[in-house]
Design a protein around this ligand. Structure first.
Ligand code: FCB
Length: 453
């Protein structure tokens, strides 16, 4: 029995293997067919914002090559595909008049996926806020909450006859803090109090969108994709242990607790008191998530330190790292899934992102990305172990289908299981993509054989 078969058997019947993407990172077509500007179109124009000086104006040109890209997915044998809708493509001003041509693009994409037996998982917000809304305060303005609800209603009504699985937001922590505190993402604001308020508006927006989707489409399944990581202390000193608890509160509990009906964590409400006093607005809310999406890349090590959170991140010397510098730590992945299950018991869990950047090269027309194969396989094993531990994991989306515009890194960081040649837009399935195809095929074969006996 091949190694692939042994691993494949560890995933239950019906387990979905897929890939994930985001609109701004792949679509291009930045001003095609009436699309409005997004905050990423604006941010990319800021000198120095993108390390390579690039923009996502063309990216993978998926807006024009979607059919070929769904063909690649079929070749890989994907059971599901997670993608995001560009809000300014369907509502160029963020609110008000809809753009029929933009909506029609997603109609075609969804139809093509379904025709190829691929289940669509749709994210409503993967970071490309309409610039028109940013001009009115963006995520810092309370009005964004209703705007997001109305946008969710529009998309759910349009696609909800064919799409069942929805994620409201991708990584609200990154939206809030990378965008409004560290300033390395759009809109590039640097203010802690603003970032905390944004995190709150994002959770209120999740609530508005979840309500809108459910009332438009009672059969819909609503989730959210959170970036979660185990937060461990760098040493066992009481100061570092307390810092790790704060890091966990900041990254994990601040989002998980209110979605689980507990309101914001009390220790964090106290810590944020100088910046934020609206915790009451989420009291009594329970998200009743149909599934929790977990985006996992690496763990976090922390020690007591500076800043509003009183901590600094520590990087372990000599640790194995990917090309973006993130530590490879699959055992933390298993620990995270088990912890989320133990502390929050979500009905279902999907790994909505996991993957790795490596400096891939094309040699003799091939990309032999064995480092990525090794990364992915160790994380698949960790996920299978978590299933053995009782975690109701139902699917796994690799980040990402094809190399794409990696935000502030431009196209310099490649995460795809398919290689993108940006000069020609030629796609080449990498070794990792071929191995993934074999795993998916082995899983289907093992399940069919089990069902026949
Ligand atoms: C995640 C993002 C995704 C991609 C990966 C590498 O934080 O959701 O768009 O950038 O990181």
């Amino acid at each position: 029995m091949s190694q692939g078969t042994t691993l494949a058997r560890r995933f239950p019947a019906g387990f979905l293997f897929g890939t994930a993407t985001a609109a701004y990172q792949i679509e291009g077509g930045h001003d095609a067919d009436g699309k409005g500007r997004s905050i990423w179109d604006t941010f990319c124009e800021r000198p120095g914002a993108i390390s390579t000086g690039e923009t996502g104006e063309i990216a993978c040109d998926h807006y024009h090559r979607w059919r070929e890209d769904v063909g690649l997915m079929r070749e890989l044998g994907l059971g599901a595909y997670r993608f995001s809708i560009s809000w300014p493509r369907v509502l160029p001003s963020g609110t008000g008049a809809q753009n029929e041509k933009g909506l029609a693009f997603y109609d075609r994409l969804v139809d093509e996926l379904l025709a190829n037996g691929i289940r669509p998982f749709v994210t409503l917000y993967h970071w490309d806020l309409p610039q028109a809304l940013q001009d009115r305060g963006g995520w810092t303005a309370p009005a964004v909450v209703d705007a997001f609800g109305a946008y969710a209603d529009l998309v759910a009504r349009r696609l909800g006859d064919r799409v069942t699985d929805w994620m409201t937001l991708n990584e609200p922590e990154v939206v809030a803090y990378a965008g409004h505190y560290v300033g390395v993402h759009a809109p590039g604001i640097r203010d802690f109090a603003t970032a905390v308020t944004v995190s709150h508006h994002l959770l209120l927006a999740h609530r508005a969108a979840a309500d809108a989707i459910r009332s438009a489409r009672p059969a819909a399944r609503v989730g959210i994709a959170l970036n979660l990581s185990p937060c461990e202390p760098a040493t066992d000193s009481p100061e570092d242990v307390a810092a790790a608890t704060r890091a966990d509160g900041y990254l994990n509990r601040w989002f998980l607790d209110p979605l689980d009906g507990r309101g914001y964590p009390k220790d964090m409400v106290a810590l944020y008191a100088p910046y934020f006093d609206r915790a009451r607005e989420l009291e009594g809310y329970h998200g009743h998530l149909d599934f929790l999406g977990v985006n996992y890349y690496t763990r976090r090590l922390t020690k007591a330190g500076e800043g509003p959170l009183g901590l600094d991140r520590v990087e372990r010397a000599g640790a194995e790292r990917t090309a973006i510098g993130w530590e490879v730590h699959p055992t933390s992945f298993r620990a995270l899934l088990v912890r989320v299950h133990r502390d929050y018991a979500p009905r279902e869990v999907f790994v909505t992102e996991n993957g790795a950047a490596y400096d891939d090269v094309v040699v003799d027309d091939r990309v032999d990305d064995q480092a990525r194969v090794s990364f992915l396989w160790r994380h698949f094993v960790a996920a299978a172990e978590a299933i053995g531990d009782g975690v109701p994991l139902r699917g796994y989306f690799i980040w990402t289908l094809m190399d794409n515009f990696e935000w502030a890194h431009g196209t310099s960081k490649r995460f795809g299981v398919v290689h993108t040649d940006y000069r020609t837009q030629r796609r080449r399935i990498k070794a990792s993509g071929h191995r993934y195809r074999e795993l998916i095929a082995a899983h289907l074969a093992a399940r069919a054989a089990a069902a026949a006996t």
